[in-house]
Design a protein around this ligand. Structure first.
Ligand SMILES: Cc1cc2nc3c(=O)[nH]c(=O)nc-3n(C[C@H](O)[C@H](O)[C@H](O)COP(=O)(O)OP(=O)(O)OC[C@H]3O[C@@H](n4cnc5c(N)ncnc54)[C@H](O)[C@@H]3O)c2cc1C
Length: 484
């Protein structure tokens, strides 16, 4: 490395680390050398696309939400605008299992703020998932007094209190469980349903906040452009295209794969970075850690045990993706939609099922279908075969599938998804406080404010911006924002 240039090390080559490298490279005004260090042989972290017998299989994430800033903008900046795909408008319905039967799931439960209030009212009014009593309870939301306590609340307690038990159990929790697993209700409302929680604080009611937002909204909510009407976006050829485009944009960065960073050492000018064998990889003026929080904790422990302890207190969930391929004539139930959610009370071995080949046109060859299920598992889980068989049996029953799958893939993701427990925001504030002691150290990724791909990109963007401000102007955020 050239000693006259500022040296930046980025740990972790998932979407966060790659995006951070991209933002640094495109915005730096000083000469800078950037090294990205990744322990696996390939980049992408949780994002991995496989091609098997003309099927396109996403091992981890398969799309990202459009309404969150970050994802779409990065794809466009990388020249991927012509690769963006959305589900066909005729196949955008989602279903939910109710007493063993698939029922339409209303749009706008997760993010009512991206919907028109009139379409929300009509979908909730006509959904069979709420009884008349449940609908009446939901309609009373504007009259439920806001909670005055400044403390956090679980999602379940918040939703029961404001929207009623039926809305909570029949709509909200099944949706969140499809992402966070069956204990989603015990997670922090402030961290995971920020807009819901802040609507109560600012307007006293979610419906009132919605009405206010829409009367001041400048851009129309209804667009005729297919991409603007879809909640989900993916890329033709899979999300690995985003990883590849990022990698291609980083020609001047040193990308080092197959290299696990074992320890870091703080010194007067920055950070020394070492491999498993104790070999010094580099000296960096600034270090951006885009590794999972527990890994970051183990690396910072020798320089700040308290920070390590705080990072370690962010729990991680594990999940398993089973993907099955069939001839379309093996599946008797029409797969017209994106898939279905499974509430806890249905007692099935999985939480969500995506009809990948209906949702995206490029996932299965003609005459074949691709179905994916998501199961939350424990860290110690090993009995993949038995679980696979029971998931398959349940799918056979619900979707009227005959015969054996022509493709079957099992992709475990251990400690892959940070969970945001009650008072998570206090944990973040204390991590932020600890970081003020370490000039030139920045953290980004799914552990710090949002687990979705756009959240990770935004986190990388913000941390990269602060890192540049530090190197170029000597700006140290001093307790303000030190990670994202
Ligand atoms: C099954 C599953 C499905 C998902 N579906 C969606 C979805 O549909 N839409 C969506 O928006 N989000 C989804 N997510 C969430 C999203 O994919 C992740 O939050 C995001 O990809 C995390 O990116 P990251 O770069 O922060 O972390 P990671 O992808 O975990 O990357 C961290 C990287 O750091 C590397 N690393 C770790 N330790 C070291 C070390 N010591 N030295 C060097 N390198 C190291 C790892 O190998 C890894 O490559 C899903 C997640 C999972 C697990």
């Amino acid at each position: 490395m050239n000693p006259s240039k500022k040296r930046v090390a980025i740990l972790g080559g998932g979407i966060t680390g790659l995006s951070a490298a991209h933002f640094l490279k495109t915005r730096a005004t000083l000469p800078m050398e950037i090294a990205l260090l990744e322990k696996e042989p390939i980049l992408g972290g949780q994002i991995s696309t496989l091609h098997h017998d003309d099927f396109l299989i996403e091992e981890g994430p398969e799309s990202f939400v459009r309404y969150k800033k970050g994802g779409l903008e990065l794809c466009e900046a990388l020249g991927l605008q012509n690769e963006l795909i959305v589900p066909h408008p005729k196949n955008r319905s989602t279903f939910i299992l109710k007493n063993g039967k698939l029922v339409h799931f209303p749009r706008g439960v997760m993010n009512p703020f991206s919907q028109s209030i009139f379409s929300l009212i009509s979908t909730f009014l006509f959904t069979p998932l709420l009884s008349s009593k449940g609908k009446l309870r939901l309609a009373l939301e504007p009259w439920i007094p806001p909670r005055n306590s400044g403390s956090d609340e679980t999602i379940e307690a918040f939703a029961n209190r404001r929207l009623g038990a039926e809305f909570c159990q029949n709509l909200l929790l099944p949706l969140l469980s499809g992402v966070y697993g069956p204990e989603a209700g015990s997670l922090s409302v402030r961290a995971l349903l920020k807009e819901y929680a802040s609507a109560e604080q600012t307007s006293g009611s979610i419906f009132r906040a919605l009405r206010k937002k829409q009367s001041t909204e400048k851009t129309p909510l209804h667009s005729t452009k297919s991409i603007e009407t879809s909640v989900f976006i993916s890329l033709h050829g899979g999300l690995a295209k985003l990883v590849q485009a990022l990698q291609d944009s980083l020609t001047e960065c040193h990308i080092v794969v197959n290299t696990r960073v074992r320890s870091i050492e703080k010194n007067s000018s920055g950070y020394g970075i070492f491999t498993q064998a104790g070999e010094k990889l580099m000296e960096a003026d600034a270090l951006l850690m885009a590794t999972p929080a527990y890994m970051t904790a183990s690396l910072v422990r020798p320089i700040d045990p308290e920070l390590a302890h705080r990072l370690d207190s962010i729990p991680y969930g594990s999940g398993l993706v089973f993907t099955f391929g069939f001839y379309d004539n093996q599946v008797k139930r029409p797969l017209r939609g994106t898939g279905f959610l499974v509430p806890k009370k249905e007692k099935l071995p999985f939480h969500a099922c995506t009809w990948s080949s209906s949702k995206w046109t490029d996932r299965a060859p003609k005459g074949k279908v691709l179905i994916r299920t998501y199961v939350s598992i424990s860290e110690q889980f090993t009995d993949f075969e038995q679980l696979r068989n029971s998931v398959l049996d349940a799918l056979r029953h619900i979707l009227k599938i005959s015969g054996e799958p022509i493709l079957s893939e099992t992709h475990p993701h251990f400690r892959s998804l940070p969970q945001y427990p009650l008072n998570y925001e206090d944990t973040l504030a204390s991590i932020r406080q600890s970081l003020t002691k370490h000039r030139g150290l920045f953290l980004a990724g799914a552990a710090y404010g949002g687990v979705g791909i756009p959240d990770c990109i935004l986190s990388a963007d913000n941390a990269g911006g602060e890192l540049l401000a530090y190197l170029e102007k000597g700006f140290v955020p001093g307790g303000e924002k030190k990670f994202h």
